[in-house]
Ligand binder design. Structure first.
Ligand code: 5U1
Length: 683
C-alpha cells in the first residue's frame, strides 16, 4: 500500500515534535508541555505507525522499547580504544601534571577544559549516517559488551543526531563517549521500590546503573530510569565536526542534543584547576548525580594530539579524585544505642577508616531487618558510606572476605542501659526499651533534645555534660536544668567556673521562648518543628492543645491519626503534665495566642498554601523568605509534590525546580513572592 504524502509528512512532523519534547524533558530538564499533552502526541505517533507500519524508522521515538531478551551479550570492538584517565589525589600531583603539559608543549601556560567526573559506567555510542547504530560498555578498553538494545531505552540518548536545519553536513560515523548513570533521586526511588517488593537493594547509584544496564532483558533496563552524559568523541568520519577545542566539541555535542555537564568550564593553569576542584567539591552534594572527582583536559585539540598517550592513558588529561565516600573496613562489633524515644539502634563499631576525608569509627545499621537484609555479620568486611552531613552507614558486605568465625547479631531482649524489657511490636521495624524516662539513656536524649538549637536553644549543654548531670542524678527532668547553679556545675569533670556560669546564663536565657519551640522541645513522638507550628497556629495556646481529643487534633492541617495518637498519648501521661507544670514553675514562659485562630488564618489569601524554596534569592535569605511566608500563614516545605502551590526560585535552582516545572507548579521569583505576600492581605 502506498502511503499518501501528507501522512508521511504527518508522521515525520510527529516524530520531530516528540523528539523535541523528549529532549526538553530528559536532557534540558525544562519541559514546555504537560505530561498529558506529551502522552497524547506519543499515542498519535504510535497509532499512525500501527496503521502504516512502513512508516516505522529505527530511530523513531516509539522504537526505544520492546526488544526481546537476549541469551547473552555479544562483544563489540571499539573503533578507537576507550582509554582511562590517570588519577591525581593531591594538589602536588595536579601541579606536576600542569608542569608536564607545559613542558611537553613548550609553553608557559595552558588552557584546560574542566568538567565533573561522573561516577557511572563508561559507554561508547556509535552513530552511522546520523542514526544510533550500536552502543557498548567499556569492557577492557578495546572490546566491550554490546548493550545497544538497553541503551536505546535511555531516553536522554538521542536515537539520531539532531539535524536542526535538515541537510546539515553530518558525519558518516561518530563515536560518542560518555557515562551512563542513575540520578540520586531515581536511585532512592528504585531502592524504595526494591524494598517494598522484598528485593535486593542496590549499594549506590553506580551499582544500580551498572546492574540496570547490564540486563539481558531490555524491558528491565527500560523500567529503571537511567541517564547519560557525553564527555568526548572517540572516532569521527565524514565532516560535520568543525572544532579545534574540546570545549567547542562539547558545545557541538550539546547542539546535536547530547546531554553534557552544565558545570563544564574553561580555566587556565594549576590555580584554575584547583579552584574548579574546590568549587565542585562544595557543589558535590547538591548535584543530582554522584561524581567521584573532576576531569581536566588540555582544551586545544592540536595540543592534545601533540601530547599523545602514555600506555593506556592520555597525557593531555587527568582525573582529580575527591576523597572516597565509600570504603571497606572491618566490623569489630555491633553496639546497641538507645534513642530519645527508646528505639534500640544497632551501631557498627568499625576499624577506624577515612571516609570522605573524615575518620569514621561508628556507622548506623538502622535496625534488625536491615542487618538481615544486608546479611551483615560481626567480623565481616563492610562497605561504609559517608556522604556530606549524612550519618555514616553500612551499605553492604564484602562476602568473599567473610572470616570463618563471623558471628550473627542478636537484638537484646532487655535495654542495654536500664535493663527494662525491649519490645518489638508486630509490624514495627524498631525494637524499643519500655523503661520510658526511667531509662537514663532516654532521659539523656530527651534533655539533649530539649536543649537543642531548634528547641530551647541552650548553648553549651552538650552530650558529655548531660551525661554527667544524669549519671550523677543532678538532673532528672528538663525542669531540673533551671535549678542548676554554678557551684553544682563547676564540681563536674572538665568544667571550669567560667564555662559553668556561661551555661547557667544560657539556661536562664532560654526561659523566655515561643510556644512552638516549647512544644517541639517536649519531644512528643512524631511531632517535629513543622507539626509544632501547625499545632500552635491551630490551637493558639498550650491548654487548648493539652485538652484536645483525637477528633479535634485531626482537624489540624497535616495531622493524621498517628500523629494525633502520639499527642494524645503524651498528654495522657501524668508524668509529662507534671514536667510541664514544673517548667512553668521554674519560670519558662512564652507568649500565648488567643485560641483557635481559623479566622486569622483565613484573613490571608495564602493561608494554608504550600511553598518550596530553591536557589539563591537576590535580597532575601531563605530564613527571611520562610518567615514572611509563615507570617502570612503560608507553609514552607522541603520537597516538591503535586500538593505544592508555589515554588520560589532564585539563582542556580536545584533539581526541585525541574520537578516543579514537570508538575506545572507556579514559579515565583523574589519580586513575585513579595507581591503575592502583599496582595494576600488585601481582600
Ligand atoms: N568527565 C569525563 N570523564 N571522563 C572519563 N571526561 C572523561 N574523559 C575520559 C574518561 C575516561 O577519557 C578521555 C579523556 C579519553
Amino acid at each position: 500500500m502506498s502511503i499518501p504524502e501528507n501522512i508521511r509528512q504527518q508522521a515525520q512532523s510527529l516524530r520531530e515534535t516528540v523528539d523535541l519534547h523528549n529532549y526538553r524533558y530528559y536532557v534540558l530538564n525544562a519541559p514546555t508541555i504537560p505530561d498529558i499533552e506529551y502522552d497524547k502526541l506519543f499515542r498519535e505517533l504510535q497509532q499512525l505507525e500501527q496503521h502504516y507500519p512502513q512508516l516505522i524508522t529505527p530511530d523513531s521515538p516509539s522504537q526505544r522499547v520492546g526488544a526481546a531478551p537476549l541469551k547473552e551479550f555479544s562483544q563489540i570492538t571499539h573503533r578507537t580504544p576507550m582509554l582511562s584517565l590517570s588519577n591525581a589525589f593531591e594538589e602536588a600531583e595536579v601541579d606536576a601534571f600542569d608542569r608536564r603539559v607545559c613542558q611537553g608543549l613548550e609553553v608557559g601556560s595552558v588552557e584546560y577544559a574542566v568538567e565533573p567526573k561522573f561516577d557511572g559506567l563508561a559507554v561508547s555510542l556509535c552513530y552511522e549516517n546520523g542514526v544510533f547504530a550500536t552502543g557498548a560498555t567499556r569492557g577492557d578498553g578495546y572490546t566491550g559488551e554490546d548493550v545497544t538494545l538497553n541503551l536505546r531505552t535511555v531516553k536522554s540518548i538521542p536515537l539520531h543526531l539532531y539535524d536542526g536545519l535538515h541537510g546539515n553536513h553530518q558525519p558518516t560515523l561518530l563515536e560518542v563517549r560518555g557515562e551512563v548513570l542513575m540520578l540520586k533521586a531515581d536511585f532512592e526511588k528504585l531502592n524504595l521500590q526494591q524494598r517494598n517488593r522484598g528485593e535486593k537493594e542496590f549499594m549506590n547509584p553506580r551499582n544500580a546503573a551498572a546492574g540496570s544496564l547490564r540486563q539481558l532483558d531490555p524491558g528491565i533496563t527500560a523500567s529503571r530510569r537511567l541517564t547519560f552524559f557525553a564527555y568526548g568523541i572517540g572516532m569521527h568520519e565524514g565532516g560535520g565536526m568543525p572544532c579545534d577545542r574540546h570545549s567547542s566539541m562539547m558545545d557541538h555535542l550539546a547542539s546535536l542534543r547530547f546531554p553534557v555537564a552544565r558545570e563544564r568550564k574553561v580555566v587556565s593553569g594549576t590555580a584554575g584547576l584547583l579552584a574548579y576542584y574546590r568549587e565542585m567539591g562544595e557543589l558535590r552534594e547538591q548535584l543530582p548525580y554522584d561524581i567521584d572527582g573532576v576531569a581536566y583536559k588540555v582544551n586545544n585539540l592540536a595540543q592534545q594530539e601533540k601530547l599523545g598517550f602514555v600506555s593506556r592513558a592520555p597525557r593531555f588529561a587527568i582525573a582529580h579524585k575527591f576523597p572516597a565516600q565509600e570504603v571497606v573496613t572491618e566490623l569489630l562489633g555491633i553496639d546497641v544505642q538507645v534513642g530519645r524515644t527508646g528505639a534500640l539502634t544497632p551501631v557498627a563499631r568499625l576499624q577506624p577508616v577515612l571516609v570522605g576525608g573524615v575518620t569514621v569509627t561508628n556507622a548506623t545499621l538502622h535496625n534488625e531487618d536491615e542487618i538481615r537484609r544486608k546479611d551483615v555479620m560481626i567480623g565481616d568486611h563492610v562497605i561504609v558510606r559517608r556522604a556530606g552531613d549524612v550519618i555514616p552507614e553500612v551499605v553492604g558486605v564484602v562476602k568473599e572476605k567473610r572470616p570463618g568465625n563471623a558471628s550473627e547479631f542478636v537484638m537484646p531482649e532487655t535495654c542495654p542501659v536500664c535493663g527494662a524489657r525491649a519490645v518489638r511490636l508486630p509490624g514495627a521495624a524498631v525494637t524499643r526499651c519500655t523503661g520510658g524516662l526511667f531509662c537514663p539513656a532516654q532521659r539523656k536524649q530527651s534533655i539533649l533534645h530539649f536543649a537543642s538549637r531548634r528547641a530551647m536553644d541552650i548553648e553549651g549543654l552538650g552530650d558529655k555534660l548531660v551525661e554527667q548531670l544524669v549519671d550523677h542524678a543532678i538532673v532528672r527532668t528538663p525542669a531540673d536544668l533551671y535549678k542548676l547553679g554554678v557551684v553544682a556545675l563547676a564540681g563536674l569533670e572538665r568544667m571550669a567556673e567560667k564555662s559553668a556560669s556561661n551555661i547557667v546564663a544560657a539556661i536562664a536565657k532560654s526561659r523566655g521562648t515561643t510556644l512552638v519551640r516549647f512544644i517541639y522541645a517536649l519531644g512528643i513522638r512524631n511531632v517535629g518543628e513543622t507539626t509544632a507550628k501547625d499545632l500552635v497556629r491551630y490551637f493558639g495556646n498550650l491548654e487548648r492543645l493539652m485538652a484536645a481529643d483525637m477528633e479535634s487534633l485531626q482537624q489540624v492541617p497535616d495531622v493524621g491519626p498517628t500523629v494525633a495518637q502520639s499527642i494524645a498519648d503524651f498528654f495522657a501521661e501524668r508524668h509529662n503534665c507534671e514536667i510541664i507544670e514544673q517548667l512553668r514553675a521554674v519560670g519558662v514562659y512564652w507568649q500565648e495566642g488567643s485560641g483557635v485562630q481559623q479566622e486569622e488564618l483565613n484573613s490571608s489569601r495564602i493561608s494554608g498554601k504550600t511553598f518550596v524554596l530553591t536557589g539563591a534569592l537576590p535580597n532575601l535569605t531563605r530564613e527571611d523568605a520562610r518567615e514572611r511566608i509563615e507570617a502570612a500563614s503560608g507553609k514552607v516545605v522541603g520537597s516538591v509534590s503535586k500538593k505544592t502551590d508555589y515554588m520560589v526560585a532564585g539563582a542556580d535552582p536545584g533539581s526541585k525546580y525541574d520537578k516543579a516545572i514537570e508538575l506545572g507548579i507556579t514559579i515565583l521569583d523574589e519580586a513575585a513572592l513579595l507581591q503575592l505576600l502583599q496582595d494576600s492581605y488585601r481582600t
